[in-house]
Design a binder for this molecule. Structure first.
Ligand code: HEM
Ligand SMILES: [Ca+2]
Length: 485
């Protein structure tokens, strides 16, 4: 499960284009997922006609700002930085909507004794507890299972931190508590993303070599460059779609002894955050999220990803087809051009034979059947067929395109948490506490009934990474944020 890359789903702003085939009558409101809990009935998802819709992102052409007939230029509603905008700005301008303006807290709703994100107000019908029967979840952060879990956890963590700060500093007002908590939570998230999650995916040695992380991750560092324009490459989100190929289709549920209960199609949770609020689903799914393994990077895709995709709201959605199609839609250059770029332009890739260092002969033969020349190969098709990079869990071109942005995201961020001279920077002791951030710690703080967890939850349980009690996970000492009176 990936943070921030997964949270891309919270900002997806695709519009559904004309369906290829669709039943006319009895179409439900697409934002109101039919409820499948508690039976988790995968069968009804396939009832009726099969209706496959393609999607289009919002573009400046749609708004008439750029002439039609030009390459579509996408409007992105999320911020350019890794600043947990899926929590704090999950739709543009929504920050004020999600603050409670008391004690620095974010608004929440309690269902079954559990805290869930909520921006619903009293006169809407979109509280999660209502959605359990109505299916309506228009007003809450609502995406795929992974992002719903992460949003919920970080939302709760914000409130946890704000409460710690309030206890230590009774004189702080809501404003100060809110912004100090946000700063800590964003840093905590970045520390997990860059120093815990990404090393498992990209390989720690590669990341050190590419200067994305520090070898000795204790001190400050500052690579901010105000002359670099803050931007996220289209290719970052695009190449990240490769992760759809390792998405495992089944979500396993475990009881408190980590005994397997059952498995549920992962996609059944898509756009159905309310399903997490039923019974003890949140606890059993949370355990599954760190106890079960991910899918394999072996050029095959789970059938639910190609047939169901969006879960209950559409009968069929083929995510890999959408992934390939978006490359054409955005007018991305040929795969060979990205190979040139990723070789630092030390090698030119023109013929099929130039691609053999990352793609097997058999797969080159398959490419030849589909594409007339090597320069016709699309980026997505190329990365689907690449072997995984040595010392990493992604193909080399995905590695290159992600690494490129991940480094730039530090360079462009004036508020990067490791900077000693940013406005309201952490002092050295506070930064040491932030360095303790880990997914295990997050789940021990705010996860549902998490009493035991492996120290490295992005890695499967095993020797050297066995389940331990939460008491053994190093915790943050918030007293470093107590203001001297
Ligand atoms: C159950 C699992 C998942 C489902 C159902 C799902 C579904 C989708 C769908 C429907 C889209 C939009 C496709 C389009 O219309 O073009 C999408 C986009 C995307 N997905 Fe997933 N996805 C899943 C898992 C993941 C994972 C694990 C990652 C990465 C770690 C990921 C990364 C992305 C990215 C980066 C995009 C493009 C976002 C953008 O351009 O705004 N997805 N996904
Ligand atoms: Ca952001």
């Amino acid at each position: 499960m990936a943070i921030d890359v997964v949270s891309a789903h919270d900002i997806l702003n695709y519009v559904v284009t004309k369906p290829y085939c669709c039943k006319e009558e009895g179409k439900s409101d697409p934002m109101c997922a039919p409820n499948f809990i508690p039976e988790f009935d995968p069968v009804h998802r396939f009832s009726g006609h099969k209706c496959f819709n393609m999607t289009k992102p919002m573009t400046f052409q749609n708004l008439g700002c750029i002439e039609n007939g030009t390459t579509p230029s996408r409007i992105d509603f999320s911020t350019t930085f890794f600043d947990l905008s899926n929590i704090y700005e999950f739709s543009a301008g929504s920050l004020n909507q999600v603050r409670s303006y008391e004690g620095g807290q974010l608004k929440y709703e309690v269902v079954n004794g559990r805290q869930f994100p909520s921006d619903a107000s009293d006169n809407t019908t979109c509280f999660i507890k209502q959605a359990i029967s109505t299916g309506c979840t228009r007003n809450v952060p609502n995406g795929i299972l992974g992002s719903n879990l992460f949003t919920t956890w970080f939302w709760r963590f914000h409130n946890y931190v704000a409460q710690q700060l309030a206890n230590l500093n009774p004189s702080w007002d809501d404003e100060r508590l809110f912004y100090t908590a946000r700063d800590i939570v964003v840093a905590f998230h970045l520390q997990i993303f860059y120093y815990e999650f990404l090393p498992e995916v990209l390989g720690k040695d590669h990341m050190i070599e590419d200067e994305i992380i520090l070898c000795n991750s204790t001190g400050f560092r500052d690579i901010y460059d105000e002359t670099v324009v803050p931007q996220i490459a289209l290719e970052y989100a695009y190449a990240s779609r490769w992760f759809h190929t390792i998405q495992y289709g089944a979500q396993k549920l475990f009881d408190k002894n980590f005994d397997f209960i059952k498995e549920v199609p992962m996609v059944s949770f898509t756009l159905s955050v309310q399903s997490l609020a039923v019974d003890d689903i949140m606890s059993t799914v949370t355990r599954g999220s760190y106890y079960q393994a991910t899918g394999k990077g072996d050029s095959t895709v789970d059938p639910d990803i190609t047939d169901v995709g969006l879960g209950p709201v559409q009968e069929i959605f083929d995510i890999p087809t959408a992934d390939l199609a978006k490359g054409r839609y955005f007018g991305l250059p040929s795969y060979t051009k990205y190979r040139d770029f990723c070789s630092g332009y030390s090698k030119k890739h023109v013929d099929f034979d130039d691609l053999t260092d990352h793609i097997s002969d058999e797969k080159i033969r398959q490419l030849k059947q589909v594409y007339e020349t090597a320069e016709d190969i699309e980026l997505m098709a190329g990365i689907w067929l690449e072997n995984l990079k040595e010392g990493a869990h992604v193909p080399p071109t995905v590695h290159c395109l992600l690494s490129n942005q991940l480094k730039r995201s530090i360079i462009i961020d004036r508020h990067w948490y490791e900077r000693p001279n940013r406005p309201h920077a952490f002092n050295y002791e506070q930064l040491q506490e932030i360095r303790k951030a880990s997914l295990a710690l997050l789940l021990c703080y705010v996860g549902d009934d998490v009493e035991k967890i492996q120290p490295k939850p992005f890695v499967i349980v095993g020797q050297g990474n066995n389940l331990v009690s939460c008491d053994e996970i190093p915790a943050i000492d918030f007293t470093y944020w107590k203001e001297e009176s």
